[in-house]
Design a protein around this ligand. Structure first.
Ligand code: FES
Length: 604
């Protein structure tokens, strides 16, 4: 029997399990509270429990697995969770199809109504049937049918005409031109029942896709999918290191991203009863690394000082150029990043929250492994990014996980010292997410379980000494259905470092623009973590400046909202572009007394 503890990490949900004995990954998943499809009950005969081993080994391929690989049920890099036995540190990726219940990924934001001003329109074409007296070419025929319409360039003309030749003949010389401004980019035999476009927010953890009606701005369907790049690292720097291994690695990340987006688009279109190639326009935002992977751009410069992007202006490219599934000839609007670590998702967030429209003093924060912060004062908007790490997403925390069903999202300690936990979705709790960790640290501080230096007080009866004499505080005791969940001194140290990174970024921006806490009129927090975060506790542990709680607002996926607005309106694109030019980027590492700000930041 192997008594040496080892850990199994399940991605993309970020749950970790400590084991001491060899175990099948199906059993380990069950112990961690993750339900995988297992129609055959773990006999290796249904092929439903597929997953990919990202790190570690495991027992050799079994006969059942060989059969499923030969039959194409298992991909070449996949294993069956019920067949593989692991006994050392292992990291696995579970594809969406293997989860018994779909993972809930936040996609909703506060969408601001705007006047729809899409450049896409459909025009009827009444063509002349050519005869010997009038032997019109198709190209000439189409141009004559609508004098003000034309092709953008010869390449587009070629693509449109290849397809149009059959359509106009079978349509008895009646057709419909799909146009972007004056440019025809596709010809259809019948008028499409909907004029649609797709907005996408590519996050490091999840990709949010929205199918929108370009005629009235309505959202027709929404789909959130895990970002498959997570198989190559939870944080951006690890993925950049992988991309730097060569152009094939970079292309692989691009292909993974496109496959995930295209699958999401197919799902959106199928739910709306239209063909998967119906999208006539796109808008895609993401952090700078996601932007570069999307465009298959070399990303080496993002990983090395001075961290410059290859592209920082918006692009309006042919969607098929990057492999997007849409109507032939459709285009994709891709806003430019602000800096190496401040992406177009941050721009979309600030745009959707109308930064720059008034002179109010406002702070905008998007908390993630890389936290982007912007402070507006008068006409100035200054942004920065800070490496807050993945602790708030549950990484490097013993019972940490992302904000997903089964995660403890809120914790309070009652007057009689009992710990009360709120769990997302159904119990039993499977782990604790960032907002829960933040709550418990604040509550332990309030009740004296944590001292002023952030150390668990061994004199408190609830604090115990665990392996390697690490102090820990139990939150939930184990029972038949529930594993024990606790928070250790190591976990607390990780969170203090993360909150220190965020607070020092905020403090430096405030110092730079000479803003005091009491001057701040509003703090707006974007992202999944922000939706669960309790602002009171965030202030108590010193992560946010002390302002009235009524002036702190969580806005969900505001980057997705901004992308939707830019998809629907050309005016919005111009305004966002104008905003991008106004945002000043501040490099924290070069700011005077940066170290002092960081030391203050990690304090309670
Ligand atoms: S549970 Fe059926 S093959 Fe693994």
């Amino acid at each position: 029997m192997n008594e040496t503890p080892f850990s199994i990490e399940f991605q993309p949900i970020g749950i970790r399990l400590l084991c001491t004995e060899p175990v099948t990954l199906l059993d380990a998943a069950r112990q961690a509270g993750i339900q995988l499809h297992s129609t055959c009950g773990g006999k290796g005969t249904c092929g439903k429990c597929a997953l990919t081993i990202l790190e570690g080994g495991g027992s050799p391929l079994t006969r059942n697995e060989e059969i499923f690989r030969k039959g194409g049920i298992l991909k070449p890099d996949e294993r069956l969770a019920c067949e593989i036995i692991v006994q050392s540190d292992t990291k696995v990726f579970i594809p969406p199809t293997s989860f018994e219940k779909a993972q809930v990924l936040q996609t909703e934001g506060e969408f601001k109504q705007i006047t729809v001003a899409s450049p896409i329109h459909i025009e009827e074409l009444h063509l002349r049937q050519p005869d010997l007296a009038h032997p019109l070419s198709d190209q000439h025929n189409i141009s004559q049918a609508h004098a003000q319409l034309n092709f953008e360039n010869d390449d587009t003309a070629l693509k449109v005409l290849r397809n149009a030749a059959t359509i106009i003949r079978t349509g008895n010389w009646e057709a419909f031109a799909v146009c972007n401004h004056d440019h025809i980019f596709h010809i259809l035999k019948e008028q499409p029942k909907l004029k649609v476009g797709v907005a996408v927010d590519i996050g490091s953890t999840k990709i949010a896709c929205y199918l929108l009606n370009l005629a009235n701005g309505n959202t027709l369907a929404v789909e959130g999918v895990p970002n498959p790049q997570i198989a190559y690292g939870e944080d951006i720097m690890t993925r950049l290191s992988f991309a730097m291994q060569g152009s094939s690695s970079q292309k692989h990340l691009h292909d993974l991203t496109m496959d995930a987006i295209n699958q999401a688009i197919s799902e959106l279109c199928s739910r709306s009863g239209i063909s998967s190639e119906s999208s006539m326009d796109f808008c895609l935002v993401g952090n700078t690394a996601m932007h570069h992977f999307l465009l298959d751009l070399p990303s080496r410069s993002l990983a090395t000082s001075p961290f410059t992007p290859v592209v920082d202006q918006e692009l309006y490219i042919t969607a098929s150029e990057i492999g997007l599934k849409g109507m032939p000839g459709s285009k994709a609007f891709i806003p430019g990043p602000i800096a190496g670590f401040v992406g177009s998702d941050h721009l979309a967030f600030l745009f959707s929250e109308e930064f720059g429209k008034t002179g109010a003093i406002r702070l905008g924060i998007d908390i993630g492994t890389n936290t982007e912060i912007a402070l507006q004062k008068g006409q100035r908007i200054v942004s920065c990014s800070t490496a807050s790490g993945p602790a708030f997403e549950g990484a490097h925390i013993r019972f940490g996980m992302r904000a997903a069903p089964g995660a403890i999202e809120h914790v309070r300690i009652t007057g009689d010292g009992k710990v009360k936990c709120d769990v997302i979705g159904e119990k039993p709790a499977r782990g604790i997410c960032g907002s829960g960790i933040l709550d418990i640290i604040s509550e332990m501080k309030r009740t004296g379980i944590l001292n002023k230096r952030g150390r668990l007080d061994l004199n408190h009866p609830g604090v115990h000494l665990g392996e390697e004499k690490v102090r820990y505080f139990p939150l939930i005791a184990a029972d038949k259905e529930q594993r024990e969940i606790s928070i250790s001194q190591k976990d607390i140290d990780q969170i203090l470092l993360a909150k220190g990174a965020i607070r020092s970024g905020i403090s430096i921006l405030m110092d730079h623009l000479q803003v005091k806490s009491e001057d701040i009129e509003e703090i707006i927090i974007a992202g999944a973590f922000g939706s669960y975060l309790n602002p009171y506790h965030a202030i108590q542990i010193g992560m946010l400046p002390e302002i009235d709680l009524s002036r702190i607002r969580a806005v969900g996926n505001a980057a997705g909202s901004g992308a939707k607005m830019m998809l629907l309106s050309e005016t919005a694109r111009l305004e966002a572009s104008d905003l991008a030019h106004r945002i000043e980027h501040l490099e924290l590492n070069t700011y005077p007394d940066f170290d002092m700000f960081f030391v203050h930041g990690i304090r309670f």
